[in-house]
Design a binder for this molecule. Structure first.
Ligand code: ADP
Length: 402
């Protein structure tokens, strides 16, 4: 049997969703999981271990043919040590550092001639204020590393706000990133896959609506996008993939800025399958998880053609309903066209626990697809009563007693 074994560091939902894609190709997936109860454990072969420990990483790497990632948090020095020991890392540390460190990412965008917001590396409150006065308040202060879902990002609207950020300069970073606050019309994302041999395959640029810093609704392709902006954004993603030597899936989060530059600016990078690409699981010939598997194995990439005029992806977060499965009959009965994905996670308020995809076969089906995705997700999140079904007094009494 010459089928390879893929190792994934991190056992979140991204590792979990790589598993069926690998299985379909007869490829084994082995996950280095943070604990026995993380998302991937019920879907893939898992070993529990600490990704911050080099020996654990070395042992794990020795048991697989290629190592890839569910997240960006493996310490850069460990990645360098693994690379020096000949481990097949996809992506490798030279690329991955740009997804780990937003200051390096901004420098790389400047070097590659891609549109960035005005930015600076600052080490003191005075430098922060100096930058903000130059570009005008408000600005956005960011920790270079360790941020996600809007954590580690703060809008600084005044000198007083800047003074309030004094603690941020004691967090142990050599410098913080400060950027001009971009007045974007919406957020976009461009995804591309690249193999170690250097072939690439792009997906259409999508619209990504963030709510409270978390990806909420994605529409693919981005409705009404200027075709020149879409083309330039796709090209920017390829430029980044090639320029940084990315392998596997790359997501480039963008701000749409009509009339300014090519109509977009780069926000940040993720070098793995990404929330903004979940629509591909049901809306493209090759889903991003299969594409990632192909790419890290240096196989020819799959077609990225869409399966409908649009696909809408709606995330659902932990809410009132603690027994997700109990709402599946209602969600499926109401929306047979909806493709429901659940991450095998326990329900906690605000935690990403699944998503719903709905394909709009024709452009005029977009509004209906959006409604169906929103409605199916709401039924699952809130329980089946959420769908205009009033609670009876008897049901409320029962609830009180229990
Ligand atoms: P994270 O690493 O947490 O995803 P991001 O850098 O993507 O952090 O920032 C989170 C959100 O904050 C973005 O999705 C965007 O809505 C907003 N944001 C970040 N940078 C800027 C900026 N320069 N101008 C305007 N909004 C921004």
């Amino acid at each position: 049997m010459s089928f390879p074994v893929i190792g994934v560091v991190g056992g979140g939902q991204l590792a979990r969703m790589m598993a069926p894609a690998a299985t379909a190709l007869g490829v084994r997936l082995r996950v280095l999981a943070e604990g026995g109860d993380v998302s991937a454990t019920t879907a893939a072969e898992c070993v529990v271990g600490d990704y911050r420990d080099l020996e654990t990483l070395r042992d794990f790497a020795a048991s697989v043919d290629v190592v890839t990632f569910d997240h960006e948090h493996v310490p850069a020095e460990h990645l360098r040590a693994l690379e020096a020991a000949g481990v097949n890392l996809q992506p490798g540390p030279d690329a991955l550092q740009h997804a780990q460190d937003k200051l390096l990412m901004r420098q790389a965008c400047d070097r590659l001639g891609l549109p960035n917001p005005a930015w600076a590396a600052v080490t003191t409150v005075d430098e922060l204020i100096g930058f903000a006065r130059r570009v005008e308040f408000p600005v956005v202060l960011k920790t270079p590393r360790g941020g996600y879902d809007g954590k580690g990002v703060r809008v600084v609207a005044s000198v007083e706000d800047a003074e309030d950020c004094r603690d941020w300069f004691g967090l142990g970073f050599e410098a913080l990133l400060v950027e001009d606050l971009v007045e974007f019309s919406r957020e976009l994302s461009a995804q591309v896959a690249r193999t170690p041999s250097g072939t690439t395959a792009s997906y259409p640029v999508v619209e990504s609506i963030q709510t409270d810093g978390i990806c909420d609704v994605v529409t693919a392709p981005a409705p009404g996008i200027d075709p020149r902006t879409a083309q330039a954004a796709e090209e920017a993603a390829v430029t980044l993939a090639e320029g940084l030597g990315v392998t596997g899936m790359l997501a480039v989060e963008l701000f749409e800025t009509p009339g300014i530059g090519p109509g977009f600016m780069v926000n940040e990078l993720a070098m793995r399958p990404h929330n903004s690409g979940h629509w591909t699981m049901d809306g493209a010939v090759t889903g991003q998880f299969e594409q990632h598997v192909r790419a890290v194995l240096d196989l020819p990439l799959g077609a990225t053609d869409t399966l409908g005029a649009y696909t809408v992806m709606k995330n659902y977060l932990g809410g009132a309903n603690e027994d997700l499965y109990s709402a599946f009959p209602a969600a499926m009965a109401a929306h047979p066209e909806a493709k429901i994905h659940a991450y095998g996670k326990s329900v906690r308020p605000g935690r990403k626990i699944g998503h719903v995809n709905v394909v709009a076969p024709l452009a005029e089906d977009l509004a209906a697809a959006r409604e169906a995705a929103e409605s199916a997700a709401a039924i699952i999140r809130d329980g089946h009563r959420a769908q205009n079904e009033p609670r009876t007094a008897a049901a409320d009494d029962l609830q009180e007693q229990s």
